[in-house]
Design a protein around this ligand. Sequence first.
Ligand code: HEM
Length: 241
Amino acid sequence: MNDKRSQQQAIHYAPLSSPWSARADTVQSATGVLLGFFLLAHLHFESSILLGKEAFYRVAQFLEGGMFTSSGHGMPILTQLFSAFILFVVVLHAAMALRRFPAQLGQWRALRRNMQVINHKDTNLWFWQMVTGFILFFLAPVHIFTMITNPEIGPHLSAERVYHANAWLLYALLLPAVVVHAMFGLYRVAVKWGFIANRNGLRKVAKVLIVYLLVIGLLSLSAYLIIGSELPLPITPYSPN
Ligand code: HEM
């Protein structure tokens, strides 16, 4: 290799080997794990609508700190504060992840060529994570901003948002992108930091979780649509008898 070429390579790879790069890697993994587990909890809480309006109402009131108020009603300000925190974590995660994004068409072509020649399962997962990450870059903030500006959550209020305000369209795109991104992301972190040696087994677990979360997510979305379509206008918040 001639001197000029090795100098160019040294400049090109310099930032990747700095201590900042290692720190950024740790922040990316830590924020990713936090978001991955948040999503697992979120989709379960939110799919309590499948157990009925009252179940979802109780879950929402509990998460909004209803046990700390004299009326028993939750405080939407908690949703706003928590949503702002999640937005901060998402921004941090995306900023760290952007370093790895192929920036030029040539890099994309090289990646695709590499994938065709090698056909390595983990490289394929990485590619899909990048594609879904790109989609989430645009969709996730829209949802989180909505929860900050309009934090009312409940069987009727959520159904109103999903059906009458057409949030179902956003959720139908967000759900598959975020589920694939989060589950393959958790898999990749476990492999990267050496938590698990059985890659094939863990990859299967990630795929099963993806199908499971898609099923409960789509069923919940259908439940909100059905409730929304049956509600008389103007919509009044649900309250248990
Ligand atoms: C802390 C902030 C968040 C809050 C308070 C929140 C709250 C909610 C609520 C109440 C719903 C039910 C529908 C509705 O009322 O509009 C919902 C649906 C959904 N959320 Fe979030 N969310 C938050 C953050 C996120 C994040 C960061 C993601 C992923 C990027 C996400 C992904 C989804 C998806 C995919 C659905 C639709 C689920 C389905 O199809 O059943 N949420 N969210």
